[in-house]
Design a protein around this ligand. Structure first.
Ligand SMILES: Nc1ncnc2c1ncn2[C@@H]1O[C@H](COP(=O)(O)OP(=O)(O)OP(=O)(O)O)[C@@H](O)[C@H]1O
Ligand SMILES: [Mg+2]
Length: 254
């Protein structure tokens, strides 16, 4: 995979047109676990081609919302419409250890030529030479790229990412940020990225949402042109604003 300068993100121009159909539409979404209400009536629209980051303290309901969008969590109340294909990547790459990398990508894939599609996806994430490797022999960054390729090969209209970069070292994370922006610019799915990292949200997303106690407490448009720079004054202002919303002050956590 090509090495890029740390701190820069340079997506190529978008090629696919955005359609009028949303990637996701949620109205009044409520989720209970037994007696406990975890989501208290969420309203959310994600357009195709839009990159949305979801922040919030631990336990605020981020993964629950993502899993509801993925159709993974059983009963919910309210309206939830996801018209197109969905793919998910989690914090752990969740590759099947007894299948080689290519076979992990083709698993359950309903395409005319799954192997060809999987090879193309591996090439896109710079992993062509690891197609026949066993997942346990991959580095953390390689495994996460394989996980992204497995999501990508499903040609999702909605790509759900639950802290997929949080376990990676800082340099690998920068490389993967660049890769994700490139892939997003090329394929234009709607993206919902759950992250604890305010800078990650500001580097990648068009919009940041803060979830607090199962409600969307804040929505912030990030209109900075890409590639974005952490030292840009507006970046710093947005960071301070998001950190304050998350209850993090220069003195510590409130
Ligand atoms: N299957 C479950 N059964 C019961 N309670 C659950 C279940 N899944 C999640 N919860 C609870 O719902 C709340 C929200 O959990 P969720 O995983 O959505 O939080 P999160 O915002 O993703 O947190 P983190 O940042 O730590 O990943 C938590 O209090 C959690 O304990
Ligand atoms: Mg979570």
């Amino acid at each position: 995979m090509a090495t890029r300068l740390p701190g820069t993100v340079t997506p190529p121009a978008a090629t696919a047109p955005e359609t009028a159909l949303p990637a996701a539409r949620v109205r009044g979404l409520v989720k209970d676990f037994g007696e406990r209400r975890v989501l208290h009536g969420i309203d959310l629209d994600i357009r195709r081609g839009e990159f949305v980051a979801l922040l919030g303290r631990s336990g605020s309901g981020k993964s629950t919302l993502l899993r509801a969008l993925a159709g993974l969590d059983g009963e919910t109340a309210g309206e939830l419409t996801v018209p197109g294909a969905v793919a998910v990547a989690f914090q752990e790459p969740r590759l099947v250890p007894w299948k080689r990398v290519l076979a992990n990508l083709t698993l359950g894939l309903r395409q005319a030529n799954p192997k060809e599609a999987a090879r193309a996806a591996l090439a896109e994430v710079g992993l062509s030479d690891r197609a026949d490797a066993w997942p346990l022999t991959l580095s953390g960054g390689e495994a996460q790229r394989a996980s992204l390729a497995r999501a990508l090969v499903r040609e999702p209209d909605l790509l759900l990412l639950d802290e997929p970069f949080s376990a990676l070292d800082a340099l690998t994370r920068i490389t993967i940020h660049n890769l994700v922006l490139e892939l997003w610019a090329r394929h234009r799915p709607g993206v919902l990225l759950v992250t604890h990292d305010v800078d990650e949200a500001l580097l990648l997303a068009d919009r940041a949402l803060v979830l607090a106690d199962g409600r969307i407490a804040r929505e912030l448009r990030i209109e900075l042109p890409r590639p974005r720079r952490r030292e840009h004054p507006e970046f710093l202002a947005l960071r301070a604003s998001l950190l304050a919303e998350l209850g993090v002050t220069p003195e510590g956590t409130t």
